[in-house]
Design a protein around this ligand. Structure first.
Ligand code: ADP
Ligand code: MG
Length: 700
């Protein structure tokens, strides 16, 4: 490997093979854990600390409280009861005795423990047969002349690296730290900022975290709230923020077709709709319209709770593209959802003379060739579909607007793949992404610095809130009666079967059993059944029958999660609700409460409930506000899972934790402004330091 340039060396971008003792084999093990450079080791932070800076008199030991002791061996006993055991009694000046107990040991170890030898041991004492004992302490036998000086820093315990023992790992990190540049050679953040917030320099912060002084606030360190950690979190958040902004600038460097003429179609659509837009829908559409009129690419996220009416807003946006003589595409994550969009959009747009085409995986043979030809010639003005839209071989004449629904189900790369269908000669299409998973404000600020966010924060009038109850599975028989009564009144119901972590096959089987049972218990009802392994055509037929009121009770797996719209369905039962996450429960529940009758949702659970599950169900019971639910979800699960790693890489934060460090974000944004304006080179270096290759990949 070529020698790194000095400037790079100063930033820690130096291969670990330059450390003594790191040959190819060790380097490979480190690399498997993502540790490639000195800097990676600097940022490999301890997950625990051990306090070996003091000695606790044996008499003062407390059960369960970790401590270091020093004493002389008083007795050694080696025996077999059920398995080999070595017991070493040590005593100290406090005239108390502690037993060190080993189950695995070598004879060489036994020989160390001569009576009278001085031993220093570290571990957690527990009550044993002969007073307190420590099982498998870490220990050291001190030589005769050894003074056994105590360190003045806490000992770090690092996240394990497979194939490298803790001692070796600690040594490697220490060697890397010895090569931390002196002074402020490493510092990228402006001085005044650090002073202002009372934060340490990067060098100081790293040294504190790896070698905390004995008086350090260990509780804060373990909670991740120590100023040294805040310092690093701040810099990391800043780097992510800058990276997103750079991506945005790169996007903005492209041109996009200005879409400013709908040829009167939007007006015509509004006149034909059986409802008036809500104020929120109008506002969001105005925002989109203003974006689309510009010759630079829109990248806008529309958030709106289930049922808030995002589809019609997307339809109006599509009309702007179509009126300007170009094409639009709408991609949805499941076939069911895409089909429902197709039905709505055909219903709304075909009367206006718009040609809507359909492309999903199952569209094959001649039908497929026809769609592909129409997309390529421009005859299809709007193409609705699933992932199939992104495939090779799908070509548009001039795609000007790419709409992605339920974007959290897709990755960034998939969104970009659709966008690129319309890219040519420095021109890219506008992008509209829609989600019913409300994203907490803090998260949106961090995750989406690269896009504009609109919220449809109002439901159409006439919706009644859904009453939610939480019941143990034992109450199932009552529910069957309740369904009977509701359906007798002409209402419809969902019964959702959930089995998580199982294959589709198993879920389908379990749901099948439930379906058979319900069919037997409710002979007078028409009971339908949909699951993920059905042929799409059969699934759709059943859904349509339910929508048409020809099915009273629909037994379903979570395939109905997104988008299904049946206003007459006013009762939903979710089995094993404790197994679902908050956002999924919220999405499911959004299927009811779409009509005028009072609706209810019953969350059936299998006791006993975990603490987390209890909190989730309680949250569902007490609120229907998607934003409140999203905040709670963030609190319970953390951002990585909430957004999905695929989406943003937010789970890849090394130090920052959005739920914990959210209060840093406003300042991060301010500093970001200043750096982008006054010191773009520093911004680049920050991104390189924290994100490096990943950012280059995402921007490509
Ligand atoms: P989502 O935001 O969950 O995608 P949809 O777009 O599927 O919601 O809309 C839900 C239902 O509400 C659809 O039947 C749609 O036609 C209807 N809808 C949309 N906007 C309005 C409105 N302003 N007033 C009444 N109904 C509306
Ligand atoms: Mg929708």
């Amino acid at each position: 490997m070529a020698k790194p340039a000095p400037a790079l060396a100063a930033t820690g971008d130096v291969a670990l093979t330059t450390l003594p003792g790191v040959g190819p084999a060790v380097a490979e093990k480190l690399a498997a854990r993502g540790l490639l450079t000195l800097q990676d080791l600097w940022l490999h932070l301890p997950r625990q600390y051990e306090d070996r800076t003091r000695i606790t008199p044996i008499r003062q030991l407390q059960p369960g409280v970790v401590a270091q002791v020093e004493g002389r061996v008083e007795a050694v006993e080696r025996g077999f009861r059920y398995r080999p055991v070595l017991r070493v009694a040590i005593g100290d000046d406090s005239r108390a005795t502690l037993v060190l107990r080993f189950f695995h040991f070598r004879s060489q170890q036994v020989n160390q423990f001569r009576v009278g030898a001085r031993v220093r041991a570290y571990g957690t004492p527990r009550p044993g047969q002969l007073g307190l004992e420590i099982v498998h302490p870490s220990y050291r036998v001190l030589g005769d002349g050894e003074d056994g000086e105590l360190g003045d820093a806490l000992d770090p315990v690092y996240p394990a690296v497979e194939g490298i023992g803790p001692v070796a790992l600690r040594r490697l990190v220490a060697q890397a730290l010895d090569r931390l540049p002196e002074g402020d050679a490493l510092e990228l953040l402006p001085d005044d900022l650090l002073h202002l917030r009372g934060l340490p320099s990067l060098r100081e912060a790293l040294l504190t975290l790896h070698r905390p002084p004995r008086e350090a606030d260990v509780a804060a360190l373990l909670a991740g709230t120590h100023p040294a950690q805040r310092r690093l979190a701040m810099e990391e958040l800043l780097a992510h923020h800058l990276s997103l902004r750079r991506q945005r600038i790169a996007l903005q460097a492209h041109a996009a077709p200005a879409l400013d003429d709908d040829g009167g179609r939007v007006r015509a659509l509004l006149d034909a709709l059986p409802f008036a837009l809500t104020a929120a829908q109008r506002r969001v559409f105005d925002e989109i319209r203003a974006d689309l009129a510009k010759a630079s690419p829109m990248l806008r996220l529309v958030q709106g709770d289930v049922g808030s009416g995002k589809t019609v807003v997307a339809a109006m946006a599509a009309l702007l593209a179509i009126g300007s003589g170009r094409q639009a595409a709408l991609m949805a994550p499941t076939e069911l959802l895409a089909e429902q969009h197709l039905a709505s959009l055909r219903g709304w747009l075909e009367p206006l003379g718009v040609r809507v085409a359909w492309l999903a995986g199952k569209v094959a043979g001649r039908a497929r060739s026809a769609v592909l030809a129409d997309a390529a010639s421009g005859a299809a003005q709007l193409v609705v579909g699933t992932h199939a839209l992104m495939q090779e071989g799908v070509v548009f004449r001039d795609l000007a607007l790419a709409i992605v629904d339920e974007q959290h189900r897709f990755g960034v790369h998939q969104r970009l793949a659709l966008r690129d269908k319309g890219a040519a000669d420095g021109i890219v299409p506008h992008q509209l992404v829609m989600t019913a998973t409300p994203i907490p404000r803090t998260l949106a600020m961090a995750a989406y610095a690269d896009l504009d966010v609109s919220a449809i924060d109002e439901l159409p009038p006439g919706r009644t809130p859904v009453q939610t109850v939480v019941l143990g599975a034992g109450r199932r028989p009552e529910l069957i009666e309740r369904i009977r009564a509701a359906c007798a009144e002409g209402r419809q119901a969902y019964w959702v079967c959930t089995i998580i972590d199982e294959s589709d096959e198993v879920v389908a089987q379990a749901a099948q059993t439930t379906w058979e049972q319900l069919t037997a218990s409710l002979p007078e009802l028409r009971v339908g059944f949909v699951h993920g392994r059905m042929k799409a055509g059969d699934k759709q037929a059943t859904m349509l029958a339910f929508k048409a009121g020809e099915v009273d009770l629909l037994v379903a797996t979570t395939v109905i999660e997104v988008g299904v719209d049946v206003p007459n369905a006013s009762l939903m039962i979710i089995e094993n609700a404790e197994r679902l996450g908050l956002s999924q429960l919220h999405q499911l529940r959004g299927r009811v409460g779409r009509g005028r009758q009072a609706s209810s949702c019953v969350l059936l659970y299998q006791p006993p409930l975990s603490q987390m599950a209890k909190q989730r169900l309680e949250t569902m019971r007490s609120t229907s506000d998607g934003f409140v639910i999203a905040e709670k979800d963030l609190e319970l699960r953390g951002p990585g899972e909430l957004l999905g790693t695929r989406q943003t890489g937010l789970a890849d934060f090394r130090i920052a934790d959005l739920a914990r460090d959210a209060d840093l974000l406003p300042e991060v944004h301010d500093i970001g402004d200043v750096l982008m304006r006054d010191a773009p080179d520093i911004a680049d270096r920050l991104v390189d330091r924290w994100i490096g290759g990943a950012a280059r990949y995402a921007a490509a």
